[in-house]
Design a protein around this ligand. Structure first.
Ligand SMILES: NC(=O)c1ccc[n+]([C@@H]2O[C@H](COP(=O)([O-])OP(=O)(O)OC[C@H]3O[C@@H](n4cnc5c(N)ncnc54)[C@H](O)[C@@H]3O)[C@@H](O)[C@H]2O)c1
Ligand SMILES: [Zn+2]
Length: 381
């Protein structure tokens, strides 16, 4: 999966080749203005409901409504509170009721305007309402533009854990307007950057090298020197994810690679109580570094790629050691309990995404928990 030349101009389209469920991811600055036109082209005569959160609504709902109105599309806003707690039965029920009240029917469309929380919630509501409504994802966080809006995984959280109630429901269109990221708090942007870097680390060493050289332009977005750097990075990540999803839509194999850094990361995230102490992407930065260091420890990686990964993520402002997160108090045994809860343990063995180097991740289903514990004990000491 090397970085073949990808021409990024004002607008890039990445197709997701899923046969009858194929769709486009369109990436570019200012694309929100085309929302109505693009939906009208796909679904002439459709009405729309825009599901969004209060924070995003304050910044981007008016332009979204304007773009729909300009194309003659009737649109009803459904605004929910921001935050992970919104991925709940209660809010799902409310969203479904309001979609029904708004008479959104089978030939209409649900628009998810927001980060991963809104994409997962609105996507799931669309999956189950009237046995399935079309959804258009308009991701507004970096994490959502490179990861959660693509691939059709939708879910809410259960008392027993994250994302346990959900469905595969592919969108009919993803519009990633990179200008929407200008209002994103820097910390949220950095957290999304961990998931962006993940695409280089799991299968595209060339892209990781490009990020090492150009990450500042990706953060700056639209600056003169790095014109299109942000768009290029998002397009490469989307192309990577689109390829994986097209080959393994339901995660029976290769799609698991997208969980690089997530087994360790989820344990840190859970140890921090899924709170603002540690954002998901920050936990993934920690987790990715762990996955590389653990792979090195297992003798899988001859070179110092783990050091290179940790260095880059740290330079970009992400935590790479548990001690970088002072509020995170945990110990190896607690982390092991959390890892065992998060992952299926088969015959006393754990599944991890490990790597033979940057861009060379693979699924290992035979990891000895004792080795993981020893590694974590060292890491936390
Ligand atoms: N479906 C998938 O494949 C998948 C993949 C990865 C993550 N996820 C899910 O995604 C969620 C995390 O997504 P996230 O990091 O986008 O979080 P989020 O949706 O909570 O957004 C983060 C914060 O940024 C705010 N925000 C969003 N866009 C903004 C903008 N343009 N300007 C200013 N503020 C803005 C939101 O209101 C929120 O407070 C988790 O629930 C995770 O489980 C899903
Ligand atoms: Zn993630």
């Amino acid at each position: 999966m090397m970085t073949a030349p990808l021409r990024v101009t004002e607008m890039t389209t990445v197709p997701v080749a899923l046969g009858a469920r194929a769709y486009d991811i369109v990436i570019g600055r200012g694309l929100l203005a085309e929302l109505g036109k693009r939906i009208a082209a796909l679904k002439p005569g459709a009405s729309a409901a825009i599901v969004t959160d209060e924070t995003v609504a304050a910044r981007h709902l008016k332009p979204a409504e304007g773009a729909l109105a300009a194309a003659g599309i009737r649109a009803v806003p459904i605004v929910v509170p921001p935050g992970e707690a919104t991925k709940s039965w209660r809010v799902l029920e409310e969203v479904c009721d309001r979609l029904l009240e708004a008479r959104i029917e089978r030939n209409d469309v649900v628009i998810a305007l927001g980060g991963g929380v809104i994409g997962d919630l609105a996507g799931f509501a669309a999956a189950i309402l009237r046995r399935g409504l079309d959804v258009v994802q308009v991701p507004t966080t970096l994490l959502a533009q490179v990861d959660s809006s693509v691939g059709g995984k939708t879910a809410i959280n259960a008392r027993h854990g994250k994302n346990l109630i959900g469905a595969f429901h592919q969108p009919i269109l993803v519009i990633a307007d990179t200008a929407l990221l200008d209002t994103l708090p820097p910390r949220e942007f950095r957290a999304g950057y961990a998931e962006l870097a993940k695409f280089g680390l799991l299968g595209d060493a060339g892209f990781f090298g490009w990020l090492e050289a150009n990450w500042q332009d990706v953060f700056a977005g639209g600056s003169c020197s790095g014109r299109f750097a942000r768009e290029h990075a998002i397009a490469v990540a989307c192309r990577g994810k689109a390829g994986i999803v097209a080959r393994d839509e339901r995660e029976t194999g290769e799609r698991a690679l997208l969980n690089l850094g997530h087994t360790f990361g989820h344990a840190f995230e859970a140890a921090a109580g899924f709170s603002d102490k540690l954002l998901h992407g920050e936990a993934i930065a920690l987790g990715i570094v762990c996955a590389f260091e653990f792979s090195t420890r297992l003798g899988l990686m001859p070179t110092n790629d783990a050091g290179r990964v940790a260095h880059h993520l740290a330079v970009a402002g992400l935590p790479t050691r548990p001690s970088d997160v002072p509020a995170l108090r945990t110990d190896p045994d607690r982390l092991m309990t959390l890892i065992a809860q998060d992952k299926k343990v088969a015959r006393g063995k754990l599944t991890f995404i490990l790597a033979r180097g940057i861009g060379q991740a693979f699924v290992e289903r035979d990891v000895d928990p004792a080795q993981v514990r020893a590694f974590l004990a060292e890491k936390l000491s």
